[in-house]
Ligand binder design. Sequence first.
Ligand code: CMC
Length: 430
Amino acid sequence: MPKDTVTIIDNATGKQAEFPVKRGSHGPAVIDIATLNKELGMFTLDPGFLSTASCESAITFIDGDKGILLYRGYPIDQLAEHSDFLEVCYLLYYGRLPSKKEYNHFSHMIMRHTMVHEGLRDFYHGFRRDAHPMAVMVGVVGALSAFYHDSLDIYEPRSREISAHRLIAKMPTIAAWAYRYSRGEPFPYPRNDLGYAENFLYMMFSYPTEEYRVNPVAAKAMDLISTLHAAHEQNASTSTVRLAGSSQANPFASVSAGVGALWGPAHGGANEAVIKMLEQIGDVKNIPRFLDRARDPKDNFRLMGFGHRVYKNYDPRAKIIRQAAGDVLREMKVNDPLFDIAMKLEEIALKDEYFIERKLYPNVDFYSGIIQRAIGIPTSMFTVIFTIGRTIGWISQWAEMITEKVQRIGRPRQLYIGEKTRDYVPISKR
Ligand code: CMC
């Protein structure tokens, strides 16, 4: 039986060393090169982590060629159809589906933590009214660590659990208030008698002066959006949370680092960028012009909501969300011309040689904004809503990392290409 190893030979020196191959439960094997530097005095170079696994994880799995996403082994389409967001949160954090009793207890725990410290309300008033709500999120989520000192012991399981519950519970409140602040409107307190998504929409749109009833179609769609965004392997924001957490930073500080990473248009900011792009396209007849731009290597325009580092097939979340977008528009009797442009754009792009060759398919962000627009959510809040869903993924990954047997700070190396050593020249002689 051949050894499950890979031999690396340094042709310049003739030195060689053998490294173990590790195989997971799904997906490609990895070469464990942790001792490479010790054995050969070398590092690996892989900017953007094209071929590098940064950790072992049992939380989510993507088969990018087949377009499969699993949360703790369960296919995303099954969870989207049969589960709800709080059950998915339980599954991701604790590793298994809850019993009815556990689910009720968990939901009760989350809905009892939805209020934030009153002092945190004052934070909002320090921001400009026209601040992007993601800027507010980065600040306020990080500030949670200043208010919940009692749950900052990262090596205490109950403390980690309380922090996780607090983050899941308070994120909708923090997010809705970011929106209300931008409009100069009162901050509604959460209502614990409502469902998780329902309560978020209540805080987004209710006024103290009148009764507000949340549309159940909108609440169901919001719940689905959170389920689909809950976790996704070691994406940029999740890796950021892990890296920040590896320094033993507290979970609130680590998650706020993730919020910052999510904001970029190559990641969570894409849902906002998709709508801006569809508005710019404006009419189906303009699609070819934008496709020309996307294909032009000299133009930095990209088709937003298209392409993915891992998926080389249809993103399974995009399939679900496309269907849901159609259903929501129909049920809410909304006629959105951007949905027609999006569907036509998808149809044309999927037949286009450039996109076929590069295996570029719609990703989760392509249709999520269409649903949110129908619900009345402004474009600037789209990435914030991604944050609400992804919080459970971040905190589950953080907790997984903190409970690993070996705790090491994440500390990548580099290939130095700067000046060789040189002597300081006094300013008078330069
Ligand atoms: N439009 C046009 N061309 C594209 C696109 C696109 N959306 N995405 C990739 N390409 C091209 C790219 O120019 C390159 O072509 P070439 O080989 O000729 O240089 C090739 O496809 C490979 O692209 P890449 O940049 O090397 O791929 P990547 O894995 O580094 O990037 C990505 C992945 C998601 C950042 C990228 O596809 C992209 O910028 N997409 C648009 C933004 C977007 O929708 N982001 C959301 C991602 S899913 C949700 C999330 O993560 O938050």
